[in-house]
Write a protein that binds this ligand. Structure first.
Ligand code: M6R
Length: 618
């Protein structure tokens, strides 16, 4: 949830840390802070609000000359988002002897705090992090050295954390540990980094070490060593090279990351299909073959008899959309599940089940908990994930990487598009293995998929124009319904989620057929409804639901495929995409409507209030 960076090397640490925080701001942004070791002193500057507030404070003081420092952007889990709760926190009995930044939750902090208070420790904040800082300081009073104290304090902390520490006792050293929250070491020449996310140090190095749960690292400018937290035994870790392009993590001329990411979707579909949707005759093992889907990640697993698709938020909506593809094409029953519910249930796993966890970030706490539950119960887990090296990617039995590229905007857009394409590929892959669709039927669907990038490329600018117009027309609305049937229903849920998270307008997604069972009572001339009207067998039913809304004076926008004539006040045309894949062209329209509405209403599009990109706490 929070963003962490640590640096020790030959450069002044302050600009490196601040730049790193800027690239991590999407992980949390209600307060931020930095700390540096300079000789035998520890310096700290913190500010409530966005990073700009911290920078303003730093501009008023002369830059720190230190070559070792840590920084943090916070998304509050304990204590209000005010300066005294911002990280870094100091630890020490009478004076600060160390500073820490932390991401996650220290579950037993209350008991530990009481013990430390009894020993004379004084607390300035309401945070669990300050307890961790004092705990390490207390351990240091008894341990032979700082490293032993660090490890022994962390062993006393239950919960999930990534924690980074500096101390004037070892002025060029940073200690960092992880348990469940991500932490990555950047290996440079004469310098080392540690961060919650690779982009924080990508301009300096592409060589990284992924810390595993229960490991901690000691970095100095010239060296790194990873240890087991329990035994203090050194661990031999491989340095991996990341081939990410930093430019793709920047706005590329768009006003917002979200807009850039929406417009990247044609390329995202192409990238997801590349090497996976093979045209006839392209058999890499020689010989001729019909159009086929290649997903070698799944080859060694039996075809599942039942799939639990588990995710949160937008990824969950993608999972809901996937159900009909798996059912209709591959004849595999699917249970879409909200991760935060799933992992607390006594789920019945049967032989032949598979759990498919979906997560853009690969770090969502509830999704990871579901993954771990399924693994513990012996059910194979496949991860569908956008971040290489993330926890989902590493912990699942196999992982399919969605190829959406870094998604910076808190509102997930291109990630959902990539997930939908991957589901279509998976369903076709299983349809081939089970022979539930003929080669011709599969080719037809693959042709539809291959046509999507060109359609999106063509329609995106026009969709944006209409979205802008409609957002002006409906900007006074206090509430919205989003309705759909069949494949349009998960899209209706997603459209409503996007509108509320970005523009703070109340919006609810419903299965159109459910309106009569209660929600229609809300309809009046001030309550607009956006209806997804695909050109499929369900359209006549959707049209009747629209008539019912019309009869009660409710304004209707129909996001309607070519070939249908919905009874709506405003018709927003989409090209007709046959079969079950129509959602792929409706999705960007919904995203753009929310984007334009939020922008028009002056909201912070890329960083909506109260939200964070990676939800790493339950
Ligand atoms: O990284 P994940 O896909 O696991 O994230 C799940 C949700 O937190 C995420 O989709 C969230 O709903 C988005 N902010 C929606 O735009």
């Amino acid at each position: 949830m929070c963003g962490i960076i640590g640096y020790t090397g030959h450069r002044p640490a302050q600009p490196v840390v601040i730049e790193g925080l800027r690239r991590l701001e999407y992980r949390g942004y209600d307060s931020s802070g930095v700390a540096f070791v300079e000789g035998s002193s520890l310096w700290r500057v913190r500010a409530a609000g966005k990073l700009a507030a911290l920078e303003e404070k730093l501009a008023g003081i002369s830059p720190f000359g230190s070559l070792t420092g840590i920084g943090h952007t916070r998304w509050a889990t304990h204590g209000a988002p005010v300066e005294r709760n911002a990280h870094p926190h100091f630890g020490g009995l009478n004076e600060p002897v160390l500073a820490v930044v932390h991401n996650g939750i220290f579950e037993n902090y209350r008991e530990v705090k009481e013990q430390l208070e009894a020993l004379g420790y004084r607390f300035q904040s309401d945070t669990d992090t300050e307890v961790a800082a004092h705990l390490i300081a207390e351990e240091r009073r008894h341990a032979p050295d700082l490293m032993t104290a660090f490890a022994s304090a962390l062993r006393k902390m239950h919960g999930a954390y990534a924690l980074v520490m500096i101390s004037p006792e070892e002025p060029e050293t940073i200690y960092a540990a992880r348990l469940a929250s991500p932490l990555i070491v950047g290996v440079g020449t004469g310098e080392h980094f540690v961060a919650s996310d690779v982009p924080a140090f990508l301009p300096y190095t592409r060589d990284v070490i992924f810390l595993e749960n229960g490991e901690f690292v000691r970095i100095t400018p010239g060296a790194h060593q990873v240890f087991q937290l329990d035994t203090l035994q050194p661990v031999d870790k491989k340095v991996q090279r990341i081939n990410w392009d930093m430019q793709s993590a920047q706005k590329g001329g768009y006003r917002h990351f979200m807009l850039k990411e929406i417009f990247e979707q044609p390329g995202v579909v192409t990238d997801c299909l590349a090497g996976r949707a093979l045209v006839a005759g392209e058999n890499p093992h020689g010989g001729m073959q019909p159009d086929t889907v290649r997903l070698p990640e799944l080859d060694s697993f039996p075809v599942p008899e039942h799939i639990h698709v588990v995710a949160c938020g937008t990824s969950y909506h993608a999972g809901l959309w996937a159900r009909q593809l798996f059912e209709s094409w591959a004849r595999i029953p699917v249970s879409p599940e909200i991760a935060s519910e799933f992992h607390y249930r006594d789920v019945l796993f049967r032989p032949g089940d598979m759990v498919l966890v979906i997560s853009q970030s690969g770090e969502t706490a509830d999704t990871l908990a579901a993954l771990r539950l399924a693994k513990a119960r012996g059910c194979p887990v496949i991860g569908l994930c956008n971040v290489v090296g993330s926890s989902v990617a590493r912990e699942a039995d196999a992982v399919l990487i969605t190829q959406a590229g870094p998604e910076i905007s808190v509102a997930s857009t291109k990630a959902m598009c990539s997930q939908m394409v991957m589901f279509a590929l998976m369903a076709l892959y299983y349809a081939a293995r089970k022979d539930t669709l003929s080669a011709d039927q599969r080719r037809v669907q693959l042709d539809v998929l291959r046509g999507i990038p060109a359609i999106l490329e063509r329609i995106l600018p026009g969709l944006r124009d209409t979205a802008r117009e409609l957002s002006r027309e409906f900007s006074m609305a206090r509430s919205f319904f989003y309705l759909g049937r069949g494949q349009a229903f998960p899209l209706a849920l997603e459209g409503a989620l996007k509108l509320k998270e970005l523009s703070y307008i109340h919006a609810e997604g419903y299965a159109a057929g459910e309106m009569k069972h209660g929600p229609i009572a809300l309809i009046d001339p001030a309550f607009p409804t956006l209806v997804l009207a695909f050109n499929d067998a369900l359209f006549p039913k959707t049209a009747s639901n629209m008539q019912e809304i019309k009869a009660r004076g409710g304004p209707i926008i129909a996001l309607a495929a070519e070939g249908v004539n919905p009874p709506a006040d405003r018709i927003w045309r989409l090209p007709h995409v046959p079969g079950l894949l129509a959602g792929l062209v409706a999705l960007p329209a919904l995203q753009l409507f929310s984007y334009e509405m939020a922008d028009y209403l002056g909201k912070d599009v890329d960083q909506p209030r109260n939200l964070a990109k990676s939800v790493t706490v339950e």
